[in-house]
Write a protein that binds this ligand. Sequence first.
Ligand code: MLT
Length: 411
Amino acid sequence: MAVQINENYLLLKSSYIFAEIARRVEKYQNENPDANVIRMGIGDVTKPLPNAVVKEFHKAVDEMGQDSTFRGYGPEQGYEFLIEEIIKNDYLSRGIELDNGEVFISDGAKCDTGNIQEIFGLDNIIAVTDPVYPVYVESNIMAGRGGKMGEDGKYEGLVYLPCTEENNFVPELPETPVDLIYLCFPNNPTGTALTKEQMAKWVNYARENKAIILFDAAYESYIQEDNIPHSIYEIEGAKEVAIEFRSFSKNAGFTGTRCAYTVVPKGIMGYDKDGNHYPLNPLWNRRQTTKFNGVSYPVQMAAKAVYFEEGQKEIKENIDYYMKNAAIIRDSMKKLGLNVYGGVNSPYIWVKTPNNMDSWEFFDLLLNEVNVVGTPGVGFGPSGEGYFRITAFNTLENTKKAMEMISKLSF
Ligand code: MLT
């Protein structure tokens, strides 16, 4: 017999959304070598690493070159020196207690949100918001949980929770039972944030239905308003039902450096077919120790510096800088008469396309006419059709230029 492939891969769209955008932009750039294309598509940062981070990074690299301080394999779960800073600064400061064994350092929230499904059974019903960060959906399709994609762009085995203008991009509780719920707030791609009350509805649902929330908080540092929880564990009972994903990518510029972490509380349980309960923490630990050898020592030292006073100050300046871009984008789009969402507690601005243009049509128009790249909303799911995502992560100069160029278009 010839080697068999994992046929679930054939159920995926032909390419990952950001790979498809990169392909189209590269083609355009090759055909128009003089065009100065401004990229506001993938949420990649432009500000360099903070000085505090670079200093620790260098020091740690030097240590790796000395007999007396060289380190080989580190703990798969991450070094205690970083885990302790995370717990103290990101959780204890908000009244949340965690122990060191509940935090797992990794090389990205993308990997962790993609890998977490491995510790859950194949028969679980998965709920995702629509639109959604594609990794949650596609990692489940690869594993065989979603079935085929229908004409409507939805996988038949998944439960979609539409987030539209009508519900202010806040998902309603599912009408049919679900087991695993992926939530990302502040949201990628709509930029919406949930209040404490809105988040509590989900925690209560999960507690009542023995479901689990996979909570992606990669954008928490962009929260500006009060009454928006930075962690799902600010909600009572969440430690029984939620796994939280955080990242240094968007707050400290680690998109290329790679460092993130996942919190799996020790009290959170899953069940076997006979209804016996099992803690999930040892399962994730087992998965990580088998398949992952940890993040490099210099990168973890660099991440630790994020929590230094100097690091915190620099990070705040960078976030303020991106949020100023977000305000410029929001204002410019509003002046054009478009419906604009997000960009208040989030680096993403979600825009309704003009004249009922579809998302890819609007993408092509902006690329071809004014050399600005965004992300077509439909790339995040069927309810994203007719929307377009713009990121605030470019430079102030490029953001202003892109907005000037778009403003010249008449819709
Ligand atoms: C995005 O643009 O949605 C993000 O950059 C994707 C990611 O963080 O992997």
